[in-house]
Design a protein around this ligand. Structure first.
Ligand SMILES: [Zn+2]
Length: 331
């Protein structure tokens, strides 16, 4: 492996990458930061619960959602609310946090893209956490301020995304119903691989790198969970690991434009699927483009935050992330 990563890179990968369905990881990161400020190495589960509760109590003053699922709350939102209403004492709240909040986040904090990163910022057992030198190192280094700001802004970003998702539940349901009523049973889509590859020539749709020697997935560019069909205009080939990064997110407009170009290429080259594409999407380039944009904009209401590509930045220019993901596969 030629790439070298340091503790700071690993920390940033925890904060920035992956799909967070709740804000627990960021909250735990903030607690770790607080403990380094107090020069606290051994943290009991009780200490952690006190800190975690304190962080959420402050954070929730902004009234923003902490969970991806509309209309539902995290256990932390629930307990802070009950505490604020006077239904539980602080002691009871903290004890609830200790027993309920950490089951997932403590063991999974170091997991990025389904792999465990090699640098650990704490060790843990049932009694608590032992902070490692790595976490003290990054928060006393020259980048400490950037790392702190990045962590806080990520928390805000997630809340904003969840807020959008919570937006208009009725509209979301209406759109789901429209596509659901048009949908049909899942087809066997592996048969589309040769057709798709004729265009892609072994290059991943999302990262632009060779797929040779890697697992390949057929991916629904606009997620199937919303549009309920396997029409080939919406299918591409991608690395399994790029596909997993994308997950059920909606990709950004640059990938939609790329998809439109790909489909026009099929039509221009008189590919056998040409007629099917024209039948579904329209006779002219303009009609077909509008067709895809219409679906995209509808689905955007259901999945309001888009996936910007590998890492959430520009995958075309981001060598760091690409090499990072490649190296993760080798651990
Ligand atoms: Zn890829």
């Amino acid at each position: 492996m030629s790439e070298e990563f340091d503790s700071k890179d690993y920390w940033r990968s925890i904060i920035l990458y992956g799909l967070n369905t709740a804000t627990y990881k960021i909250a735990l990161a903030k607690c770790l930061y607080n403990f380094t400020k107090e020069e606290k190495t051994i943290v009991s589960m009780h200490d952690l619960s006190v800190e975690f509760f304190k962080e959420f109590k402050i954070r929730l003053e902004n009234g923003m959602p902490q969970l991806y699922i509309p209309g539902r709350q995290t256990k932390m939102e629930n307990i802070v609310q009950r505490f604020n209403l006077g239904l539980v004492s602080e002691e009871e709240a903290i004890s609830f946090v200790e027993n309920n909040a950490f089951v997932d986040v403590v063991p999974r904090f170091h997991t990025v893209n389904n792999a465990s990163i090699p640098t650990k910022f704490y060790e843990y057992n049932k009694n608590g956490l032992i902070l490692t030198d790595s976490v003290f190192e990054i928060f006393s280094g020259v980048d400490k301020e950037n790392l702190f700001n990045e962590m806080i802004s990520r928390w805000g970003l997630l809340e904003a995304a969840f807020q959008l998702k919570n937006g208009d539940t009725k509209l979301i349901n209406d759109i789901r119903n429209i596509y659901l009523s048009k949908g049909y049973e899942r087809q066997n889509i592996t048969g589309t691989i040769p057709v798709l590859n004729g265009y892609q020539k072994g290059i991943c749709f999302y990262c632009g790198e060779s797929m040779e020697g890697h697992d390949i997935h057929v991916d629904h560019v606009i997620p199937r969970q919303v549009i309920y069909h396997d029409d080939i205009w919406n299918l591409v080939l991608a690395h399994a690991f790029c596909n997993e990064q994308k997950s059920d997110a909606l990709p950004s407009i640059k990938y939609i434009n790329k998809l439109i170009e790909r489909n026009e290429h099929f039509i221009a080259s008189n590919h056998p699927i040409k007629n099917k594409l024209i039948l579904t999407m329209g006779k002219t380039i303009k009609e077909r483009k509008n067709y895809v944009y219409k679906v995209y904009n509808d689905v955007k209401v259901v999945i309001p935050y888009t996936w910007e590509g590998i890492r959430g930045y520009n995958p075309d220019t981001d060598e760091f992330y690409k090499s990072f993901i490649r190296s993760l596969k080798k651990w």
